[in-house]
Design a protein around this ligand. Structure first.
Ligand code: PRX
Length: 649
């Protein structure tokens, strides 16, 4: 009898798929030969002499001795192969404007900007920070940086000036590329002032290059430092000779939240990363020449680094890129774009699927989605109901759903199905991809039996792995590699269990990291933001379960003034404060004023107990609490808060 929970690949899909079942065994038999074969899909100027060098683990060296240029791989080689007229980007702007860019046009623009960057004094190894919406210019900028060997770091346009400033300062950037404004849910908002605030007094920033997007009047301007894109880029030549870079040359720095208040800048390098990004994009999304692929993530998130920028472009794919919010100007915007561009492959996020679900199946039913043949999900575990809704109501029951587990640290997908091969189980990202090895172990490193939760570990180095945390190598070693140092395993920070078939089911984070709408946020970073407000003495932030966003942020605060007093204005004040410190994505949904917080004897806040409470789970281990009364205080405050809110969750 077939298990109704297992969905085999549709036979017609399997028959034409890029990758067949034999690849798993072949990769397992010789992982290095497998990765060398995938690196061979790229264009190298100098071949590598050593596929993998583990002398400096956990900093691995992949394809040592090899040299290549990422932009040439992502753009020029497609033009050189006679595919210059193929569409690279169908860009859709939020207000309804749009632009189609071929690979030949993309090459011209990348070369122009590469020349302009050189004119502005940017050289290989310099850092360039981008604070831009999803524009053609954003794609061009990442490629132009790669072309000249500058290390790019993209900062989400919704982040505050202070969050941007931290990243500009931490990278020591020479150049910031920003825009005059951004569209935010239909409104044009000026952002140049925020960019100015972020670079103020940072002497390493020599220029701010400004893209005109919203046509703001009175853009604040610093003569000598600020330059308009249209002034310096448009007049450049479309000829640019691309140098080659070492396979381990840094390509980008992506910031992510960890367990301290300070975001960490993960450094990804050139040859191994591109190999991992390129092969997994081709295999996971079964890329065909006439596909129209769309990954809906903002370019600043790691998802888009790998599955909009480097992966798809290296494969010469045609993509849709969309500037706006998914619900602007109407909730069917994504389905309208799928219909308009005949999208074949739609890579989305569980939180968005759950948002669509709220509008009912009539939302996707209002559009012609017959072009779709494959769906993908990333960012958090997709609950089976959302999986089935996506599969049935968006994919018409015919499209495999590839649920891809990976992280900023892993560079590209690690656990995910091959759509023509791997039977699917809604809610599980299935099994490690060929060439990758991951499992679930207890704290001692022993594999847990089926159904028993443990720590998710990656047990073999892989080409896309981050090489370090920018300017904090110690933290890199400590965070990920120290816990299983003697075995050389990578600790992912997620709990998981395996089932009888070896399928991996991801649980929650094992650290103080929250996942809100697929955005990774650190409890401690949010608490630091809260206690920087003059009225807050102490704060504890936890993720409470939420039907749409997965988790929602609940902040428990002890106020300096009139402790315990409920203050209607305080919630809004603190939400606004966090938005300024971090960004709107980090605003607490709920603020609960308390007079005490549960702590261990060493003074650590026991967030787990509070998270359990907000989830309606009791009975956590309270033995390390200094004072059981502190938990009662919080429980009473929470009960009053819930009663006042008038619902249960
Ligand atoms: O907890 C896991 C969750 O997102 C974390 C990584 O976040 P970030 O570095 O921002 O990268 C997100 C996009 C790659 C993981 O530790 N996560 C991501 N994808 C999944 C997931 N959890 C379950 N299933 C997934 N498919």
């Amino acid at each position: 009898m077939t298990d109704p929970l297992v969905i085999p690949p549709p036979p017609a899909f399997a028959a034409q798929a890029n990758v067949g079942a034999e690849v798993y065994a072949r990769a397992e038999a010789d992982p290095l030969a497998f990765w060398a074969e995938q690196a061979g899909r790229l264009q190298w100027d100098t071949p590598w002499h050593t596929v993998f060098d583990d002398a400096d683990l956990p900093t691995a060296r992949w394809f040592d001795g090899g040299r290549l240029n990422v932009a040439v791989n992502c753009v020029d080689r497609h033009v050189a192969a006679g595919r210059g007229e193929k569409v690279a980007l169908h860009w859709a702007g939020e207000p309804g404007d749009g632009r189609t860019v071929t690979y030949a046009q993309l090459q011209d623009e990348v070369c122009r900007l590469a020349n302009a960057l050189e004119e502005l004094g940017v050289v290989a190894g310099d850092r360039v920070v981008l604070y831009l919406p999803v524009l053609v210019e954003t794609v061009v900028a990442t490629m132009a940086c790669a072309r000249i060997g500058a290390v790019v770091s993209l900062v989400f346009g919704g982040f505050s000036a202070q969050a941007l400033r931290f990243r500009v300062a931490d990278t020591g950037a020479k150049l910031l590329i920003a825009s005059d404004g951004q569209f935010r849910r239909g409104q044009a908002v000026g952002v140049k002032a925020a960019a100015d605030e972020a670079v103020e007094g940072l002497d390493h920033v020599e220029h701010v290059l400004v893209v005109r997007r919203t046509g703001e009047a009175d853009v604040p301007w610093t003569e000598g430092r600020d330059v308009w894109w249209h002034d310096v880029v448009d007049r450049q030549s479309t000829e640019h000779t691309a140098p080659s870079f070492d396979a381990e040359h840094p390509l980008f720095i992506v910031y992510t939240s960890g367990t301290t208040g300070r975001p960490k800048g993960l450094v990804h390098t050139t040859g191994g990363y591109l190999t991992h990004a390129s092969w997994t994009h081709w295999a996971l999304f079964d890329l065909q020449d006439d596909d129209v692929y769309w990954c809906q993530a903002d370019l600043a998130w790691v998802t888009a680094h790998t599955y909009v920028l480097y992966g798809p472009l290296s494969n010469g794919a045609t993509q849709v890129v969309y500037e706006g919010s998914p619900l602007t100007p109407h909730p069917g915007r994504h389905f309208e774009l799928i219909q308009q561009h005949r999208v074949t492959t739609y890579y989305t996020a569980p939180t968005l699927v759950r948002t669509f679900m709220k509008h009912g199946p009539q939302l996707p039913a209002g559009y012609d989605l017959s072009s779709l043949r494959l769906l993908g999900s990333v960012g958090e575990a997709i609950n089976p109901e959302a999986w089935r809704w996506l599969h049935g109501h968006v994919g018409g029951g015919r499209c495999p759903v590839v649920d891809t587990w990976w992280q900023s640290e892993t560079g590209a997908a690690v656990i995910a199905p091959l759509p023509g091969v791997t039977p699917l189980k809604p809610g599980s990202a299935t099994v490690p991809l060929p060439g990758l090895a991951a499992t679930v172990v207890d704290d001692a490193g022993v594999e847990t039996p089926p159904g028993v939760e443990g720590n998710l570990v990656i047990t073999r180095p892989w080409p896309g792995m981050a090489r370090t945390v920018w300017r904090d190598h110690d933290r890199f070693v400590r965070s990920y590699w120290a816990p299983y140092a003697e075995r050389g395993w990578y600790l992912a920070g997620d709990s998981a269990s395996k089932d009888e078939d070896g399928y991996i089911w991801i649980g929650g984070r094992i650290d103080d990291v929250l996942n809100v709408s697929g955005h990774r946020l650190s409890s401690i970073e949010l608490e630091s933001a809260l206690v920087s407000h003059p009225r807050v003495a102490e704060a504890a932030v936890v993720g409470a379960p939420d039907d749409v966003t997965g988790q929602r942020i609940v902040a428990f605060v002890i106020t300096r003034d009139t402790p315990g007093a409920d203050d209607a204005g305080l919630t809004e004040e603190l939400r606004a404060h966090v938005a300024t410190r971090v960004g709107a994505v980090a605003k607490p949904r709920e603020v609960v004023v308390v007079t005490d917080l549960p702590k261990t004897r060493s003074g650590k806040i026991m967030r787990r107990l509070m998270a359990d409470m907000t989830a309606g789970r009791g009975g956590g281990d309270v033995t390390s609490l200094t004072d059981a009364g502190s938990l009662t205080v919080v429980e009473d405050a929470w009960a009053a808060h819930v009663a006042g809110r008038g619902d249960a969750g």
